[in-house]
Design a binder for this molecule. Structure first.
Ligand SMILES: [Fe+2]
Length: 426
């Protein structure tokens, strides 16, 4: 009997697999089984569903195809936890996910353990190159859901009349003190860029999503970007100047949305007898306490109206990428543990990564030469290339491993439940 050495690439992937899978469960530590059932808006999902669906991805796209003899954990789970892959199976309506009281949480956790064991078995053998590529994709998929788990929990707790904190702030902790010590954000200034010929998109050497390909030439006129994100205090000045009442500041669809929804502040801002309070994963905080932190949970429409009010505009995704390419992936990402946007440091960088996703003025479209993945996985990104805007940079809920200069997030322009903020351009 011969033994085959497992390639180092597989060993590294097995280590990363364990870390990513454990982090999802660690993010659920502050949640009760009841918390994990809440679906407080149609676009959000219960934490329990995220925990199950991320296991479903590995079972459906890797184990069933690449692990001979793999036994399904439950015959119904392949369609029950399918999110939107028409080419894979039928699936339940998204807005019904809070009705999944069965299977219970314990069964879901057993499902995860079953899938983990099978993936570890696969990684312990000499595995097919396509299986390894899909495991890597599954890990990036799971990191996306880690962010969604947090943003969906924030919405769930905001909808709860008690407004519970996901994690309490510890006023004595060094981390909390260092965040608050940054209050007193520096004045906004602009960084000038000469424009010219640049490249956008990923070079394809390491992992990227299909929507980051292919790398292609772009031409930019000279432009300037704000050297930090727009703060809560600055956004409050827009509100005080009648920002939500002045039609001339808004795109037509934005103005319709403001009126239809009665918007007068970002999502999670509550007017308590004239004092604004801002709800965060660390609980509700007075506006004064987060005044210098980046404003978050604004729609594309609000970002665009604010920029117009400020005599500026939003950057295109290409201006953003050209400015950021080669910059270190540093910032207030999930790994910092802050779980909320924090003020730019006096001597710090331009907040290109972390804190809040930055709305761009670019519609989410295919790059030249875009080819979706084969089969049902081709539905991952490509079928959403209509009616959405691109966001860049990651947020305080994005794992640092997950973000890069070419990363394209995308949401409908009215979306507010993600950590979405504003960088000005001119
Ligand atoms: Fe998913």
């Amino acid at each position: 009997m011969s033994t085959t050495a497992i390639p180092g690439q597989q060993v590294d992937l097995a280590v990363r697999f364990q870390k990513v899978r454990q982090r999802t469960l660690a993010l659920c530590d502050p949640l009760s089984a009841e918390d994990m059932m809440v679906q407080s808006c149609p676009e959000a999902s219960p934490a329990k569903w995220h925990v199950a669906h991320t296991a479903w991805f590995f079972e459906s796209f890797i184990l069933r195809e690449f692990l001979p003899g793999y036994r399904l954990f439950n015959q119904d789970f392949p369609w029950l936890f399918n999110s939107y892959y028409q080419g894979f199976s039928a699936f339940p309506e998204k807005r019904l996910r809070a009705s999944f009281s069965r299977p219970g949480l314990e069964e879901i956790l057993n499902y995860r353990a079953h899938v983990d064991e099978a993936i570890e078995k696969l990684l312990g053998q000499s595995a097919d190159a396509e299986a390894l590529r899909r495991i890597e994709l599954g890990l990036h998929h799971e990191e996306q859901h880690q962010e969604l788990l947090l943003t969906d929990t924030l919405n769930a707790f905001f909808s709860n009349p008690l407004r519970p904190a996901y994690l309490e702030r510890d006023p004595d902790s060094a981390a909390t003190n260092s965040i608050d010590a940054r209050a007193g954000s520096r004045p906004l200034s602009f960084i000038e860029f000469p424009g010219g010929l640049h490249f956008a998109g990923h070079d394809g050497q390491e992992f990227c999503f299909d929507n980051e390909l292919s790398r292609h030439k772009i031409w930019l006129e000279p432009y300037a970007l704000g050297d930090r994100l727009v703060t809560c205090e600055e956004f409050a000045a827009f509100m005080a100047d009648g920002g939500y009442q002045r039609a001339e500041l808004w795109l037509s669809a934005g103005w319709d949305t403001v009126k239809a929804n009665g918007w007068r502040a970002p999502l999670y801002w509550t007017d308590r007898e004239g004092d604004w309070r801002v709800f965060t994963l660390r609980g509700e905080m007075p506006l004064e306490q987060v005044a210098d932190a980046p404003v978050s949970h604004v729609s594309y429409y609000e970002a665009d109206a604010y920029a117009r009010w400020a005599g500026c505009r939003l950057p295109t995704e290409f201006e953003w990428e050209a400015a950021v390419e080669g910059a270190p992936i540093e910032g207030n990402l999930l790994d910092s543990g802050a779980l909320r946007p924090i003020p730019a440091q006096a001597e710090g960088g331009p907040q290109f990564f972390g804190d809040c996703w930055q709305w761009t003025a670019s519609a989410y479209l295919a790059y030249p030469g875009f080819r979706p993945l084969e089969g049902a996985l081709g539905e991952y990104n490509g079928k959403f290339m209509c009616g959405q805007m691109v966001l860049r940079g990651g947020s305080c809920a994005t794992p640092a491993q997950h973000i890069r200069a070419s990363y394209r997030n995308f949401f409908q322009p009215e979306t507010r439940w993600q950590f979405s903020g504003i960088r000005l351009a001119r």
